[in-house]
Design a protein around this ligand. Structure first.
Ligand code: PGA
Length: 255
């Protein structure tokens, strides 16, 4: 049985006021909600404040972050280490998001290095994969996802996926309101799991595969009803406490 994980990716959004209101609201909304892991990934500058607010709310929310660099200390101006994230209680770290792949030229191999770096430091990678609209239209979705996953498997072995999270996020669905249908998402999730199972069935069985891309309270339940969709990575709708909590509750009820 895989316990669903619903994670909010706040991207480049936030202020002290906004973080305080959002987490205070979430602390209230998630009172008594069980059967789902709820995580948030604030911008790095607000991880400290988020840790304190989550603690004040009784630690119902898991703290995450949106990136890591590849070193824990040293002469790397502007970088942010896994050790530092750990120091503030962050555990679930997003890597390979399409926005970083695109705007920061992060390659499959570089993302695989980040994956290994997080594992080495005892942190959980939330490893994003997904195809572009052109790749989708060309029928290349499964191939693209397999290639992105193989970058990790080939470099670090399939066991690296133990206790990790994969987020399948079709790029054309991110922030567009054009979500994948639940059936299409299920088909791709099943193919991702089957691809991993070719290497190791037990690893494939336990790995959490989230769907991401325009998840909203209105469509969330349809995803969570699918056998291979184990939660969601949520952008826009995670910036509103009620919307994000509604998505988390839908996951708790469906699984
Ligand atoms: P969205 O973003 O929910 O706003 O589509 C998802 C993501 O990029 O993780």
């Amino acid at each position: 049985m895989r316990r669903p994980v619903v994670m909010g990716n706040w991207k480049l959004n936030g202020s002290k006021t906004m973080v305080t209101e959002l987490l205070t609201g979430l602390n209230e909304e998630l009172e008594g909600v069980t059967g789902v892991d709820v995580a948030v990934a604030p911008p790095a500058l607000y991880v400290d404040l988020a840790e304190r607010l989550i603690e004040a709310g009784g630690n119902k929310i898991i703290l995450g972050a949106q990136n890591t660099d590849l070193h824990n200390s040293g002469a790397y101006t502007g970088d942010m280490s896994a050790e530092m994230l750990k120091d503030f209680g962050a555990t679930h770290i997003i890597i390979g998001h399409s926005e970083r792949r695109e705007y920061h030229n992060e390659s499959d191999e570089f993302v695989a290095q980040k994956f290994a770096f997080l594992k080495k430091n005892g942190l959980k990678p939330v490893f994003c994969i997904g195809e572009s609209e052109a790749q989708n239209e060309a029928g290349e979705t499964e191939t693209v996802c397999a290639r992105q996953i193989d970058a990790v498997i080939n470099a670090h072995g399939v066991e690296a996926l133990n206790d990790a999270i994969i987020a399948y996020e079709p790029i054309w669905a991110i922030g567009t309101g054009k979500a994948a249908t639940a059936d299409d998402a299920q088909r791709i999730h099943a193919s991702i799991r089957a691809h991993i199972a070719k290497k190791d069935a037990a690893v494939a069985e336990q790995v959490i595969i989230q769907y991401g891309g325009s998840v909203k309270p209105e469509n969330a339940a349809s995803y969570f009803a699918q056998p291979d969709i184990d939660g969601a990575l949520v952008g826009g709708a995670s910036l509103d406490a009620k919307s994000f909590a509604a998505i988390a509750k839908a996951a708790a009820e469906a699984k």
